[in-house]
Design a protein around this ligand. Structure first.
Ligand code: FCB
Length: 454
């Protein structure tokens, strides 16, 4: 049952933000493109994982998804019609290389080239995510991100992409949410490739961060006027109670959830508190790694969805904490807590504790069980979620935050990883049977807002 949010800010307008504030949407290749075997694309770990029974809740795969590979013009038209000025998308590595020693695939490069031209023709500034989880399966077959050779292959791929598209793309995100790549992929096994080993996950995490560190100067060498950053999934952490034990649990959880990434990216090394907890499971670090990871970036992308609440749990390895889900919180239909204040707390904390430079909310959004009725989708709860998060962002900026842009997740309903098509995050509804796109009430609202018409 969808909960309608009540305490809505009465007025929020685009003119409450700087005129050069960026307004966009985010998407990712595997979640929307489909066309899994077209034009030389090879399988990614998500093709393998989603074809494995029991891994995806509705048994689906991204083989067709939103068929964006064939319908990209219509989709970019939608983004343009919403009045947006930026569009964040990711490139599928599997369309660019089909083997370790292969030449770049001209058809894959041509697709992204015309996609980027399509963005520019519509007044959409392209923001490119180089890695949004879809590692080629042939690389996983030789150890994936656990194998340091993958860093070299990633840099080879980044080199080709930035040489090919760097004349038109100036904003680059090396990785989307390394937490998910590493931990969901290799610790809890919820995501591809589905391993369940903490030391493996921590090594993967480290290698991904090293690849980020080496990619930044490479991108800058190929694209002299590039702006480069990374997108992290960060969560404000709250104690489950006022007890001293629960309050102490917050720091342990935060050490692995947030500081494990932020501290290394900003030159402080892995947090001692977390290293002490993981002990021998800590990653192997090679000389020069920490310096490489700490390369200064132009911006930090923050993907914000919900806060986490933790309790002391002495039996839980390694953090001795447990996430709790109190009943009395406002939640989306996915169960994620709705907390615009959490976004503000998080952004203020990040800006206070780290020299991030410009901040961008590179993802934020909500999943509700939408219904197409009489040709329309009345997703009032998603619209209200959006209004409240934009109002929170406005207040944070008034209080001094350096947030320069906001990307709503997502333009379209899409393949939501382990949840398949059961979760809809789009501002646009996809009728998967016909691939019809229907802009939802939330999309209409965002569009009116961005156009300064509400
Ligand atoms: C983020 C992912 C994105 C999408 C949203 C809902 O963690 O980056 O691909 O699945 O969650």
């Amino acid at each position: 049952m969808t909960m309608i949010l009540t305490d809505l800010p009465t007025a929020i307008k685009r003119s409450d933000f700087a005129s050069d504030f960026l307004w966009g949407v985010s998407t990712s290749a595997y979640q929307i493109e489909g066309a899994a075997a077209v034009d030389g694309r090879v399988p990614s770990i998500w093709d393998t994982f989603s074809a494995t029974p029991g891994k995806i809740r509705d048994g689906s795969t991204g083989a067709v998804a939103c068929d964006h590979y064939h319908r990209w013009e219509e989709d970019l038209d939608l983004a343009q019609s919403m009045g947006l000025n930026v569009y964040r998308f990711s490139i599928a590595w599997t369309r660019i290389f089909n083997g370790v020693d292969a030449e770049p695939n001209a058809k894959g490069l041509a697709f992204y080239s015309k996609l980027v031209d399509g963005m520019l023709a519509r007044g959409l500034q392209p923001w490119c995510t180089l890695y949004h989880w879809d590692l080629p399966q042939y690389i996983q077959d030789q150890g994936g991100w656990n194998n340091r050779d993958t860093i070299k292959l990633y840099l080879q791929y980044v080199d080709v992409i930035t040489r090919h598209l760097g004349d038109r793309i100036k904003h680059w995100i090396t990785h989307n949410e390394p937490w998910c790549t590493a931990m969901h992929g290799n610790w809890d096994g919820m995501h591809a490739p589905g391993n369940k080993s903490l030391p493996l996950a921590l090594q993967v995490c480290h290698n991904v961060l090293v690849s980020h560190g080496h990619a930044v100067p490479l991108i800058r060498a190929n694209v002299p006027d590039a702006k480069v950053g990374i997108a992290l999934s960060l969560h404000p952490v709250k104690p489950a109670s006022d007890s001293a034990e629960d309050i102490a649990a917050v720091s342990r959880h935060d050490a692995l959830r947030n500081r494990w990434f932020l501290d290394v990216l900003y030159g402080r090394g892995y947090p001692a508190e977390a290293l002490a907890l993981v002990g021998a499971d800590a990653p192997v670090i090679e000389p020069g790694d920490m310096e490489a990871i700490a390369v200064p970036c132009d911006f930090l992308g923050v993907n914000y969805y919900f806060p986490e609440e933790v309790a002391n749990a002495p039996e839980d390895y390694p953090l001795r904490t447990r996430i709790v889900y109190p009943q009395d919180r406002q939640r989306t239909d996915f169960g994620w807590e709705v907390s615009p204040d959490g976004m503000v707390t998080l952004l203020e904390r990040v800006a206070r504790d780290y020299p991030t430079g410009d901040l961008y909310v590179t993802e934020n959004g909500s999943s509700y069980d939408d219904h197409l009725e009489g040709g329309v989708v009345q997703d009032t709860a998603r619209r209200d979620y959006l209004i409240r998060h934009l109002a929170a962002m406005r207040d944070a900026i008034a209080a001094g935050s350096k947030i320069k842009g906001y990307f709503a997740w997502s333009l379209l309903d899409n393949f939501e990883w382990a949840e398949g098509y059961l979760r809809r995050f789009g501002l646009t509804y996809i009728d998967y049977a016909t691939q019809r796109r229907i802009v939802k009430q939330s999309g209409e609202w965002y569009s009116a807002f961005v156009r300064g018409k509400n």
